[in-house]
Write a protein that binds this ligand. Structure first.
Ligand SMILES: Cc1cc2nc3c(=O)[nH]c(=O)nc-3n(C[C@H](O)[C@H](O)[C@H](O)COP(=O)(O)OP(=O)(O)OC[C@H]3O[C@@H](n4cnc5c(N)ncnc54)[C@H](O)[C@@H]3O)c2cc1C
Length: 508
């Protein structure tokens, strides 16, 4: 045994982040260390966070989770992307899917060739007709990508919508089955080493003391250890991301579940709609500087497509990130590390990234600062690239029908994003800064969807004969349409393969 190994890991918090950290730690390190998770019966979890990115599947696979069992136990549905309504301009609608626009052509991205066609033919269909996810979504279709099919049968990915409480419970059972221990109690005091400042133990309200070597702060927005004790500092991004409030409410499901999230822009923010098997999750994210809570509540309730199942729950947040999410022997994961905002469902993906990186850089009790530095650099890039991608959703707008949208159109934006936007506006090129973040098809979907038309296209694409190019796009579109026509609707796919048990009182 390594003489200086970590013997005990203490996780504070039993929300999505806490259990998403506990499960892979128990799997990978359960035989080497004692793993204890402390959660407070008095302080609840945030209870939202129900849409994900395709990376969730890699996380679940890494744990060896059976996808059917997971879907059934979390009332999950499938997510092909996000339908954006009224973003960019009122009446606008487009789809940001988890798929590209076909194979590269002579090594260049297909959207550059589509731009050439669009500049030559006025009636060129929108680029999303070449996105498998967008076409599947339009017809409410879903099936698994097929590696043995044609190029389009495997040219898409998907994430899930799930019940956040059920997912945390699922991972809790998984972690406990692999040796993690759950302690109920509220941390009221944190002990630190008098010289190093390292956290040595947590005192609970009932007098119990929990010591440890490595502390993982999953205590939510409060950042109990990372901020409350270590004062890591918070970089506030509110000037770029103006929303600071949300209201969330579930409603009765409608008979046809969409295999996608819907985001609808409103006068001072946007609403989400996330269909699950047993209910639909809804919320309104808004800026309290531009609309009252009462008016926002009304906007949310007016947009429900089923009976409200609860009173809307109010949430407040400050977008930004902790300056250091690993400091000394404390690693913050989840909302304690930062919050961009839920527009592209990135928080859970950032939890996956942080847990994966922590395991990859797992320290011993000497806590080499180089490991923390590497972790903080990596997570810093991840958070900033997500921030920039979300900021562009607000910035690239022609809406001027409310003070909120006028603010967004005129607000200052990070330098890196400004350069990305200029490059795209000039000739449709994208500059990807984070290899693990959103890639070119996502930028193309959002920027073109929001209405940004590049001024010119890459001159090299003229090397292809126009008729040949036309034939390529027409052929690909026929393949996509034929493949989607063969697929089942999501409702039938779920009924046949992974229907969750009905929940009493929530029938349609
Ligand atoms: C409006 C909104 C919508 C969102 N939508 C999405 C989405 O669609 N997709 C997505 O990926 N993410 C989304 N998120 C983010 C997502 O909800 C969070 O990333 C996720 O729930 C993780 O939260 P958490 O576990 O870090 O914190 P929390 O859920 O707040 O959990 C904190 C835990 O810490 C414990 N705790 C706190 N203080 C103490 C103490 N003193 N002693 C003991 N225990 C303590 C609490 O009991 C609790 O168990 C959304 C967030 C918001 C605000």
């Amino acid at each position: 045994m390594h003489p200086n190994r970590i013997r005990k890991i203490v996780i504070v918090g039993g929300g999505t982040a806490g259990w998403m950290a506990a499960a892979p730690l128990a799997l990978n390190l359960g035989r080497l260390c004692d793993i204890v998770l402390v959660e407070s019966p008095e302080i609840g979890t945030i209870g939202v966070g129900e849409a994900t990115l395709p990376t969730i599947r890699a996380y679940n696979d890494m744990l060896g989770i059976d996808p059917v069992d997971f879907v059934q136990k979390t009332q999950a549905s499938f997510k092909l992307g996000i339908e954006f309504k009224d973003w960019g301009h009122t009446g606008n609608r487009f789809f940001h899917g988890f798929s590209d626009y076909g194979p590269t052509i002579d090594g260049r991205s297909p959207h550059l060739y589509w731009m050439r066609l669009a500049q030559s033919f006025n009636n060129m269909p929108a680029i999303e007709n070449w996105s498998m996810c967008a076409v599947m979504a339009r017809h409410l279709k879903f099936t698994e990508p097929r590696q043995d099919g044609t190029i389009v049968d495997r040219a898409f990915s998907y994430g899930y919508h799930f019940d956040a409480g059920l997912y945390a419970a699922y991972l809790r059972d998984y972690a406990i089955a692999r040796g993690a221990r759950r302690v109920e109690g509220t941390v009221v005091k944190v002990e630190q080493h008098p010289e190093t400042g390292f956290v040595t133990a947590l005192m609970l309200g009932d007098g119990r003391r929990i010591d440890g070597d490595l502390f993982i702060d999953c205590s939510g927005f409060r950042g109990l250890l990372i901020e409350g004790t270590l004062k890591a500092g918070y970089e506030d991004w509110s000037a770029y991301l103006p929303c600071n409030s949300a209201l969330a409410v579930p409603c009765a499901k409608v008979p046809k579940m969409t295999p996608y999230t819907t985001s609808t822009a409103k006068a001072a923010g946007w609403t989400w709609r996330i269909p699950l098997q047993h209910r639909t999750g809804n919320g309104h994210v808004y800026s309290s500087h531009f609309v009252s809570d009462e008016a926002a509540r009304q906007t949310l309730l007016d947009g429900l497509d089923g009976r409200a199942l609860d009173e809307p729950r109010q949430l407040r947040f400050v977008t930004g990130r902790r300056r250091k999410s690993w400091d000394k022997n404390v690693v913050a994961i989840g909302l304690s590390a930062g919050f961009v905002e839920p527009l592209e469902s990135t928080s859970i993906a950032l939890i996956e990234a942080a847990v994966g990186k922590l395991i990859a850089l797992f320290p011993d009790r000497s806590f080499d600062p180089a490991l923390a530095r590497k972790f903080n650099q990596y997570m810093g890039t991840r958070y900033e690239s997500v921030r920039d991608f979300i900021v562009l959703h607000y910035k690239v707008t022609r809406r001027d029908d409310s003070a909120f949208w006028r603010y967004c159109a005129n607000m200052d934006i990070p330098d890196g994003l400004r350069q990305q936007l200029e490059l795209f506006r000039e000739r449709g090129e994208t500059a990807i800064t984070d290899p693990d973040g959103f890639q070119e098809p996502s930028f193309v979907a959002m920027l073109m969807g929001l209405g940004m038309q590049p001024k010119r296209y890459d001159p090299v694409v003229d090397a292809i004969d126009m008729r040949e190019l036309h034939g390529h796009f027409a052929g690909l579109r026929d393949m996509i349409d034929a493949a989607v026509a063969r697929m089942p609707e999501q409702g039938d796919f779920i009924a046949r393969t992974c229907a969750a048990p009905p929940v009493p009182g929530l029938a349609v």
